[in-house]
Structures are given as structure tokens and as C-alpha cells.
Design a protein around this ligand. Structure first.
Ligand code: DLL
Length: 433
């Protein structure tokens, strides 16, 4: 039986949802106009005032904002309320440039945690469950977000944070954890370590996993589900909009329901900035409908995906987003061809390799080179050169068919590629250096 955390909102009729969104949007645009001079300025430049925005159909009139604006306005320039009302900051895990800091009032945190509670409930979580949160805690939103959601659902929450893998496994078993929250790459690593310790899927109590914060393929989902003996649910979010729980997967596992009563989604053409019709692939843009402290309107996520309003068997009416293909800024252009790391991952996993790989891009004599280092499983490991060459060739062929590009593939020994406890670093692009 499907469970909901806020059934009336998660299953609202289209008319009711639109009415709620319109009402919230009109209020929110006034709030931003009055309290965020940076955005008011952008609106004035575009010749728009709050009176022009009467419903979500008018949203396209508002200016888009991007990470560059957030950096310009760092740290307080986009604050939507008195700093005294804020109770928390979180920050992005980005490695380049200035960090982005997002502010929260208590009410903002409450909304965020309720969104995470919807995700945990959709994964089957109740107050009978033990929920181990192995996302990082601290400035990263993963740990605090799922921790709050788990409290709201009433699960016994185990805030292990990431790392110390053997202790994670000990707690899963000793405390009989039924739900695991972490990045998919860390879930895969936990599974690998369990195998080494001689544990199979039937030896552990887990039944569900809530995995996100990075792109992961359908093949990786199958792999994790088999190794851990669980159902693996995707969860999406970004610090600027709140954190995890902007959208979440249900039992159908065909995309994530967006909490559109709080975060209104649009898909735009990243080049022309035009809003695209439902079903088109493009850049996801969010408008926060009721956030007080960091009320971003039309924020460009740089995530490439597709929205769908097809009826879902779980009974939720919330619009769905397909698994994001990756960020537009993760997209590699190799010899003029667009390549997403997730496409390479799909080929490797399809041929039975684990999701331990590294992509190295370089430029030699003005030509881009694509090198994929792929780890073998202990079962595949061999010193038979002929067999290794045949395996490499099969991967080169698979990549050629997927990408239309010739890659160089090197098979490496098990455990040579560094494991990640948070978001995995898959790409080394030497061309930028
Ligand atoms: O990663 C929030 C989060 C924590 C989401 C835990 C899910 C679970 P940031 O560090 O700000 O926030 O990174 C946000 O990560 O724009 C996407 O590019 C990517 N991302 C997040 N979730 C997914 C997902 C957190 N399920 C950026 N699939 C986003 C693909 C994801 N990419």
C-alpha cells in the first residue's frame, strides 16, 4: 500500500495545485521585490513589476538568475529577510570559485524537512523504521536534510554521516537499520565492503535506500539493488533551492516527483533561454514559491532533464522529472561530440563492470583524447592478456556505439580507483590546465 506524508498536497488535483501555486507566486514576487534589491534591479532592467505577475503563466516574464548572480551577491545580497530571522546556513560542495551560501529561517527548514519526509515515506519509511543517514553532515545539505525528514517521519535516526565504512556496516546490523540514505557511489562501496566481509543481501536488514546528490544510471541502480537486497530510490535537490527533497522517487521508480507546491519547475533551452514545452529535454529552472530567507526566482540549475505529467501508479499528481542526465557543465565536448559521464557509466555497467571508473580527457596534437580507466571485479581479474584485450575491445565497441567516439579503454586491477564517501569524482579534464 502506497503511503504519503502529506497526501492532500501530494495527490492534489491539477486545478487545486495551480491555484495554490498562483497564489503563492504572486505573494512571493512581491516579497522578493520588497526585500531583495539585487533581484528587484534585474526586474527593473527587464521592465517587469510585481503587478505583471498574476499566475505561473507569467513566470517567463521574470529574469532568470544563475550561479554567477549568487557569486556576485555573496554572501548576503540575495537575502530575503532580516538576518535576525535566519537560523541556519548551508553551503554547496562546489570546488571552484566562491562557495554559495544559502540561508534558512525556521519555517524554511520546516518545509525542507517535510519535503524529505515525503521522500522517506515514499520509500516505505514509517515510525517503525531505523533510518541510517550516511550523507555528510555539516555545510553539505545531505545529512541535515535527510536527518530532519527522518525525525519528521518518526524513524529512529542514526546520524552516522559518511565515512568509517566498517562502522557503518556494524550499525546497520547492530541497530537493524531498514533504510539507508547516502550517495549512490557510497552505497555501491558499502555493498562492495559487505561482500569482502562475507555478507550477502540476505545478511543485512536494509529494505530501502534513498540515494542522490549525483547522477547515477539505471544500471547502477540494478547493481546496488542486487548487492544490498533493497529497493533503491532516487532523490534530487540542490543547496540553492533548499537541499535534498526538491524531488523524490516513488515505488514506480520512473522519475522523481517534484514538490511543486514549494518549487515550481520550468525547462528552458539553455542557449536561447526560451521555456520549452512539457516533454522536451532542457535545463531545469526552479522558482521557490514560499521560501523566506533565500527566495530564488527562476534559478538556472544547469541540470539537464525532462518533465512529465504522465499519470503515476503511486497516485501522486506531482509532476515528475526524469533522472537528470548530468549537469550542463558536466557535459564534456570531445572532438565536438557531447558526452555525459552517465552515458559512459551505462556502457560499463551493462558489460558487468562495477561503477568504479575514471574518465581522463586530454588534448594531444590539437586532438581531444578520451581515456576510460575501468576497474575489474575480483572475479574478472586475470593475467591472461588475450582475455584482457578482448574485454577492452568490447568496451571500446560499446562506447563507440553509445557515443559515436573512439575511446581508449584501460582495465585496471580491483580497488585501484579511489572510492568516494560523498559525491564521486569521475572526470579529470586535463585540457583546462
Ligand atoms: O547534492 C543536495 C542533495 C543531497 C541531493 C542529498 C540529494 C541527496 P548540492 O551539493 O548543492 O546539493 O548539489 C546539487 O547535485 O544541481 C545536481 O547536479 C546534482 N544532483 C543532486 N541530486 C541528484 C540526483 C545536493 N538525484 C547538484 N541525480 C544538483 C543527479 C543530482 N544529480
Amino acid at each position: 500500500m502506497e503511503r504519503y506524508y502529506e497526501e492532500d498536497l501530494e495527490r492534489a488535483s491539477r486545478e487545486d495545485m495551480l491555484a495554490l501555486q498562483n497564489e503563492k507566486l504572486v505573494k512571493q514576487v512581491k516579497h522578493v521585490w520588497d526585500s531583495v534589491p539585487y533581484y528587484r534591479n534585474l526586474m527593473e532592467k527587464k521592465g517587469v513589476t510585481p503587478d505583471d505577475i498574476k499566475s505561473v503563466d507569467d513566470l517567463h516574464k521574470l529574469p532568470l538568475i544563475s550561479k554567477a548572480d549568487l557569486r556576485d551577491a555573496y554572501p548576503y545580497g540575495l537575502l530575503g529577510c532580516d538576518l535576525k530571522k535566519c537560523v541556519r546556513i548551508q553551503s554547496t560542495s562546489g570546488t571552484t570559485g566562491k562557495r554559495v551560501v544559502a540561508f534558512y529561517t525556521q519555517e524554511d527548514i520546516d518545509i525542507w524537512e517535510r519535503c524529505c519526509a515525503r521522500a522517506i515515506t515514499a520509500a516505505g519509511g514509517t515510525d517503525e523504521d531505523v533510518c541510517q543517514v550516511s550523507y555528510g553532515y555539516g555545510l553539505f545539505t545531505g545529512g541535515p536534510g535527510l536527518n530532519g525528514g527522518s525525525h519528521k517521519v518518526g524513524c529512529l535516526t542514526v546520524p552516522t554521516s559518511s565515512g568509517n565504512t566498517d562502522r557503518q556496516i556494524m550499525f546497520i546490523n547492530d541497530l537493524q537499520a531498514t533504510i539507508l540514505c547516502c550517495t549512490p557511489s557510497y552505497a555501491a562501496y558499502l555493498g562492495e565492503r559487505m561482500k569482502e566481509l562475507g555478507m550477502g543481501p540476505d545478511d543485512i536488514p536494509l529494505k530501502a535506500g534513498i540515494f542522490g546528490a549525483e547522477a547515477w544510471s539505471e544500471e547502477m541502480r540494478q547493481d546496488i539493488q542486487n548487492t544490498l537486497g533493497i529497493k533503491a530510490y532516487d532523490i534530487y535537490g540542490l543547496t540553492e533551492i533548499s537541499g535534498p527533497g526538491v524531488s523524490f522517487e516513488c515505488s514506480e521508480q520512473t522519475g522523481m516527483h517534484i514538490n511543486e507546491d514549494h518549487f515550481y519547475p520550468e525547462v528552458i533551452d539553455p542557449d536561447t533561454e526560451e521555456v520549452l514545452p512539457e516533454g522536451s529535454e532542457g535545463e531545469l529552472v526552479f522558482t521557490c514559491l514560499d521560501k523566506e530567507a533565500f527566495p530564488l526566482l527562476r534559478y538556472r540549475t544547469r541540470d539537464i532533464c525532462v518533465l512529465s505529467r504522465e499519470k503515476c501508479s503511486c497516485g501522486r499528481t506531482l509532476v515528475k522529472m526524469k533522472k537528470p542526465k548530468g549537469r550542463s557543465d558536466d557535459m564534456l565536448i570531445i572532438r565536438g561530440v557531447n558526452v555525459f559521464p552517465s552515458q559512459i557509466e551505462a556502457v560499463l555497467l551493462n558489460q558487468g563492470y562495477p561503477a568504479n571508473y575514471q574518465i581522463v580527457v586530454d588534448r594531444v596534437n590539437n586532438t581531444d583524447t578520451l581515456d576510460v580507466q575501468v576497474e575489474m571485479t575480483p572475479e574478472m581479474f586475470t593475467d591472461n592478456l588475450g582475455e584482457i584485450e578482448a574485454r577492452q575491445k568490447s568496451l571500446v565497441d560499446g562506447l563507440k556505439a553509445m557515443l559515436g567516439l573512439k575511446a581508449h579503454v584501460t582495465l585496471v586491477a580491483p580497488k585501484t580507483i579511489t572510492r568516494s564517501e560523498g559525491k564521486a569524482v569521475r572526470v579529470i579534464d586535463k585540457r583546462k590546465i
